[in-house]
Ligand binder design. Structure first.
Ligand code: C2E
Ligand code: CA
Ligand code: CA
Ligand code: CA
Length: 277
């Protein structure tokens, strides 16, 4: 019986049912994944909705297991967060993202890459300094690296998270609120945070060409973001209609399968050539 069967089992059952030995197996599997280079950084392109020019991308993790093949983040990120291994995964992603950015720059490509942070990352007081070191080693402008945080990840320990967020912002990093519209945090709270960007959750965007309710949520979110002086990104753009609708509504940036699916970092330049024509 393969170890990943257990991983699937853990994700699909409640955490309460996990027996300790299986938890330990998954932890060691994930540690091995990091050491044995089974993790990959995928990139999903982000474009300017109006001009359709490429602005950069979002870094998304993939785990290529020797027997099980590709494992998607929803199957191991929640577990990694519960157990604390997420810190190692985040560090790995940040390092890879900086390497990729430095690599692009040497090819004359000036892009930004967004990395997803978890609750634990936002409670890690050392994170800002770790990121500062990475930027310095790779001689990167802080603006090249964006960080995506969710409303939920701010709520666990808001004071601590806010301290970390303020340090990151003071370093010149751009922060985005991810999955906007799915959380419950108050606008009054979000407004006083040093974030530059709202990402509208894909559940509102995917069917906005067919569902007028979704379209009006997207419209009011765009207006709201702009009234707060924030950049707004729509994710989950799956067809031309939605992209056109978003342009009319004044949305700034977009990503989705219609533009490009997440791809291995080495395929990005091929995608870019095709997209930019
Ligand atoms: P997310 O941050 O909301 O990332 C966007 C997800 O939407 C990605 O799924 C992406 O493949 C998917 N997506 C993009 N465009 C479309 C579209 O047009 N239609 C549809 N149906 N889906 C689209 P993915 O890569 O499976 O990642 C799932 C989640 O896992 C991410 O959601 C994020 O919360 C988490 N995740 C991924 N990589 C990392 C990571 O390195 N660190 C952390 N902490 N979380 C990560
Ligand atoms: Ca994200
Ligand atoms: Ca999202
Ligand atoms: Ca999500």
């Amino acid at each position: 019986e393969s170890k990943i069967k257990k991983a699937d089992w853990i994700v699909y059952n409640t955490a309460l049912e996990i027996d300790q030995s299986e938890t330990l197996t998954l932890i060691s599997d994930l540690k091995e994944a990091i050491q044995k280079n089974q993790l990959l950084l995928y990139i999903q392109p982000k474009i300017d909705v109006k001009t359709r020019k490429t602005l950069g991308g979002e870094a998304l993790i993939r785990w290529v297991h020797p027997e099980k093949g590709m494992i998607f983040p929803d199957q191991f990120i929640p577990f990694a967060e519960q157990t604390g291994i997420i810190s190692e995964i985040t560090n790995w992603m940040l390092l890879r993202a900086c390497q990729v950015l430095a690599d692009y720059r040497s090819q004359g490509l000036h892009m930004s890459l967004a990395v997803n942070l978890s609750t634990r990352d936002l409670n890690n007081m050392e994170l800002p300094e770790q990121i500062a070191d990475l930027l310095k080693i790779h001689r990167l402008d802080a603006k090249a690296l964006k960080l995506e945080i969710t409303e939920g990840s701010l709520m666990q320990d808001p004071e601590r998270a806010e301290t970390v967020v303020r340090k990151l912002a003071a370093m010149g990093l751009h922060l985005a609120i991810d999955d906007f519209g799915t959380g419950y945090s108050s606008l009054a709270y979000l407004r006083q945070l040093p974030v530059q960007e709202l990402k509208i959750d894909r559940s509102f965007v995917m069917f906005m060409d067919k569902n007028t309710g979704d379209a009006s949520i997207v419209k009011s979110t765009i207006d709201l973001a702009h009234n707060l002086g924030l950049n707004v990104v729509a994710e989950g753009i799956e067809n031309e209609e939605v992209l056109g609708q978003l342009a009319k509504l004044g949305c700034d940036e977009g990503q989705g399968y219609f533009i490009g699916k997440p791809m291995p970092e080495k395929d990005f330049s091929i995608w870019l050539e095709r997209w930019e024509g």
